[in-house]
Design a protein around this ligand. Structure first.
Ligand code: GLA
Length: 676
């Protein structure tokens, strides 16, 4: 259920009026009108004002703000303020303060200072949310509910006494009897057999490595505790206002390691995501695209909401680079291109005090006589012209397998190499596809993937039998799968699938791996040129090498140097109506990976624009084609016919996008004659 209001695309952001005197609030309403703001998120950190003492609720101040916003035509995404429990509450219940893995109980003075499992926190949450819901159930400004803020960030796992009690309950419910738990965790290793549930602790800091299966379960449990805290609030709000959608904002799909968003998305009425550029990283718009594609994917392809991003610099990175002119516009419209129906920011007005006073806002400290404010006003106008995009969908022919459980498992301690990293491989494949102008979805290994021409599994280290079977069926039925090294190694308990490696994928890939040969830091190997393909070049690889023994697969490229020289590095296995490819190293640089990927995409018939410069981002959403030029030169794109949305100009088969600009063309369906 996407919020009905505002109509068109939502534009606005977090609004923290409690930080400002009345005259500023009056100016806010006028400025919001000037910029075309139509949605603000309100109340996110206002528990101390909403409930100044236990059971005493004060919504008067907030009523006035909601009324003023309503009069100004601004809809409200009303937040529950549970991410900032007040001082009186924490003082009365110090046991709610979370404990870190190494045993430190955090103090008051920041935010997220209560454990999701703590009974006092859950009780206070339920009381407050009911009071808030009852008070605002009929207020005409409220368009949706925003529960909490960024679950799991920075508080992923808590190790307090309440967490341990809940954890034991979770284990009993999951395993029923202790011998099942002992088997699943492999407790015969290092003599860890449990004879009573009460002996089981959280996997807290230890001077050596803690049982990996225990840690993996604790990650699942901890994430589930936050979801329970969310669902507690959502259920109350649904009961009081069944007509209003409820959401919570993800702390950046790609960055939030502790939250399994496949599971979270099922609990939300609309997916909401936050994204902040890694300011110093070159081409950081690729990370933005990845975050947006993952948001759309966990939303099942439905439109989602960009709940927060920044108008300019943030304040929490080592060097907080400002956005260059035009960058905020490119960022905003790239999110819309990839399925967002909103462009919202943290925050409306830059704060004068507190921890985030150097964070940009839509209204900067410089005021409205500033380049940033002029860009904000222009963006509002652009978004009004894009209203017709609302509700439309993005279609992708290629999918990347993304599984948070595999992410957690892969990055536990004592793997064959510290260079094995979930994000490193995922980023490498995503970037290669982005530079090929291929739009991708992300999929869970057990999802229905039958509609994709190509599926890539970059780091599917943990793969259940069900997941592996799903991939097998996909290939047999005609799919094209590309698997990267160290995939299909362990099951859901981090136990190795019966050998040889990769136990879950041997048959599908038509090979086995006799031994891993991780490389030294900075060591490279060489993938030989394809013997039968003219024009291919030898490519360097890093991080990984291994002894692959084909059993049905054919060698496309062999290692030409390194510990596995003369043995397969890149293989192909025709199975049923499809093909499974396997890559046993990390090609150096984006170009090398693209040289390998290109033929796979061609073989599977993946359509993509050719001859475009890499920095021209092209995404089709419904009838609209978004062209984002991240470069310093104009780019002419062929094959686009329709009307350019921002200036109404017709383009007949080609359109030129100015340096740093964004053009959106509403395409006109081709006539029968043109199609022939
Ligand atoms: C997060 C939070 C916001 C704010 C921003 C700053 O996304 O949700 O409250 O702290 O970061 O970038």
């Amino acid at each position: 259920m996407y919020p009905e209001r505002p109509a068109g695309l939502a534009f606005g952001g977090d609004y923290n009026p409690e930080q400002w005197p009345r005259e500023v609030l009056e100016e806010d309403a006028a400025l919001m009108r000037e910029a075309g703001v139509n949605l603000v998120s309100l109340g996110m950190f206002s528990w101390a004002l909403m409930e100044p003492a236990e059971g005493r609720y004060d919504f008067g101040w907030l009523d006035e703000i909601l009324d003023r916003l309503h009069a100004a035509g601004v809809a409200v995404d009303l937040a529950t303020p549970t991410a900032a429990p007040p001082a009186w509450f924490v003082a009365a219940h110090p046991d709610v303060l979370p404990v870190t893995r190494d045993g430190v109980r955090i103090g008051f003075g920041g935010r997220q200072s209560a454990c999701s499992s703590a009974p006092a926190f859950r009780e206070a949450t339920a009381r407050l949310v009911r009071a808030l819901g009852e008070h605002y159930r009929d207020h005409p400004a409220v368009a949706m509910w925003h529960v909490h803020n960024e679950y799991g960030a920075p508080l992923g796992e808590c190790y307090c006494e309440h967490s341990v009690a809940a954890w034991r309950g979770w284990l009993r419910a999951t395993y029923q009897d202790l011998s099942a738990l002992n088997d699943a965790w492999g407790t015969t290793f290092w003599g860890q057999t449990y004879t009573d549930w009460s002996q089981i602790d959280a996997p807290r800091f230890n001077h050596t490595v803690v049982n990996p299966a225990q840690r993996l379960d604790y990650a699942r449990f901890s994430d589930g505790q936050h979801r329970e805290h969310y669902a507690l609030q959502r259920d109350i709000l649904r009961e009081l206002t069944p007509h209003l959608p409820v959401t919570t904002n993800f702390a950046g799909t790609v960055n939030c390691k502790s939250t399994d968003l496949w599971q979270w998305a099922r609990e939300l009425d609309v997916v909401a995501n936050d994204h902040y550029l890694r300011a110093e990283q070159p081409d950081n718009h690729i990370d933005l695209a990845m975050s947006a594609d993952l948001a759309r994917s966990v939303a099942g392809g439905a439109p989602w909401m960009l709940m927060e991003h920044s108008a300019g610099a943030v304040n929490w990175q080592p060097r907080n680079l400002a956005k260059r002119p035009g960058e905020m516009r490119r960022n905003s419209l790239a999110h819309v291109a990839r399925g967002s129906d909103s462009v919202l920011f943290f925050q409306w007005r830059a704060s004068r005090f507190g921890a985030e006073k150097f964070h940009s806002g839509l209204v900067p400290h410089a005021g409205t006589d500033s380049g940033q404010w002029r860009e904000v006003v222009r963006l509002g106008a652009d978004l009004r012209r894009l209203a017709g995009v609302r509700g439309s969908r993005v279609r992708a022919e290629v999918a990347l397998v993304w599984d948070w459980e595999s992410y957690w498992a892969l990055e536990l301690d004592w793997r064959p190499s510290v260079d094995l990293s979930f994000r490193e491989r995922m980023d490498a494949f995503y970037e290669a596809l982005w530079r090929e102008h291929v739009t991708v979805d992300f999929v869970h290994p057990s999802a229905d993937i039958s509609g994709y021409r190509v599926v890539v599994a970059p780091s599917a280290y943990l793969l259940t039998e069900a997941g592996a079977k799903n991939l097998h069926r996909y290939v047999e039925a005609g799919g094209h799968l590309l698997v990267s090294y160290f995939s299909g190694i362990v099951d859901e308990h981090d136990a190795i699938h019966p050998g040889p490696h990769p136990g879950a994928l041997r048959e599908l890939l038509g090979l086995s791996v006799e031994e891993f040969h991780p490389l030294r830091q900075d060591e490279t190997v060489l993938l030989a040129a394809e013997p039968d393909a003219a024009g291919t070049e030898a490519l360097p690889g890093r991080i990984w090498s291994e002894r692959v023994r084909p059993a049905g697969a054919v060698t496309v490229r062999a290692f030409a140097a390194g510990p596995d020289a003369g043995h397969p590095a890149f293989t192909r296995h025709d199975l049923g109506a499809g093909t499974a490819w396997y890559l046993a190293t990390a090609p150096v640089g984006g170009r090398a990976l693209r040289d390998l990927l290109g033929p796979v995409l061609d073989h599977a018939g993946v359509s993509r624009p050719r001859g475009l410069p890499e920095h021209l981002e092209l995404v089709r959403r419904g009838r609209h084609v978004f062209l984002v030029n991240h470069g310093d030169e104009p780019v002419t794109v062929e094959g686009v016919t329709g009307v350019s949305v921002f200036d109404g100009v017709r383009c007949d088969g080609r359109v030129t996008v100015a340096a740093g600009a964004v053009t959106v063309v509403e395409e006109t369906p081709r006539t029968e004659g043109e199609r022939a």
